[in-house]
Design a protein around this ligand. Structure first.
Ligand code: AMP
Length: 210
């Protein structure tokens, strides 16, 4: 397989996490989600977790240097390839990344604000295995257990209505400019996140295994 240094870009709720799980199952890359790593730090109440929590609860970005220090070693250790999910999210993070890794392809999953709001409001996550469900696609109203592992389904604090709009604003201001950054480097591929997840997945596999 040629493309093993992969970045997933796109607004919150575009389907990055869902796609990432399927991609790593099929291609065996290491999944590095800065959001998942941070949520783990928060739940273990580490120093980093305590610092990050306030930013995350408001839907703001955690300061660049903390994120770069957190992810750098993990990327360098992933010698068989990595799938970055939620990193980089700012120009400073993208610049730092370019100093310690080459990127083969950036998969930019686009989704309009109204659809982001609809999806994030309906998102539920399994506490046990991390599986992602959505009330608009694959979860009945009132269902509280994971079909895969029986774990409890919960709504992320930052998926509550009052935080979602800010997360999209932050995406537009800080992260969307990376689309141009990677386009200029010739590694950007754009996908329509409003297509079904299976459709997006087969397009991604086509790109990564071409
Ligand atoms: P996510 O699960 O990717 O939606 O991330 C959840 C939250 O974690 C974000 O809203 C930010 O507060 C924080 N976060 C995740 N990745 C980054 C990043 N690369 N830079 C700054 N903050 C991040």
């Amino acid at each position: 397989m040629a493309l093993t240094h992969v970045v997933l870009l796109g607004p919150p709720g575009a389907g990055k996490g869902t796609q990432a799980k399927q991609i790593i199952d099929k291609l065996g890359l290491v999944h590095l989600s800065t959001g998942d790593i941070l949520r783990d730090e928060v739940s273990r109440q580490t120093e980093l977790g305590k610092t990050a929590k306030g930013f995350m609860d408001r839907g703001d970005l955690v300061p660049d240097q903390l994120i770069i220090d957190m992810i750098r070693g993990r990327i360098e250790a992933a010698t068989a390839g990595f799938l970055l999910d939620g990193f980089p999210r700012t120009a400073a993070q993208a610049e730092a990344l370019s100093e310690f890794a080459t990127i083969d392809v950036v998969l930019n999953i686009g989704l309009a604000r109204e659809e982001v709001v609809r999806r994030l409001t309906g998102r539920r996550v399994c506490r046990g295995c991390g599986e992602i469900y959505n009330l608009t696609f694959n979860l009945a109203e009132g269902e509280t257990t994971c079909a895969d592992c029986g774990g409890e389904l919960y709504q992320r604090d930052d998926d509550k209505a009052e935080v979602i709009e800010n997360r999209y604003d932050v995406y537009e201001k800080s992260t969307a400019p990376l689309i141009d950054f990677y386009k200029k480097l010739g590694v950007l591929r754009t996908l329509d996140g409003s297509a079904g997840s299976e459709c997006v997945f087969s397009e991604i596999i086509g790109i990564l295994t071409a």
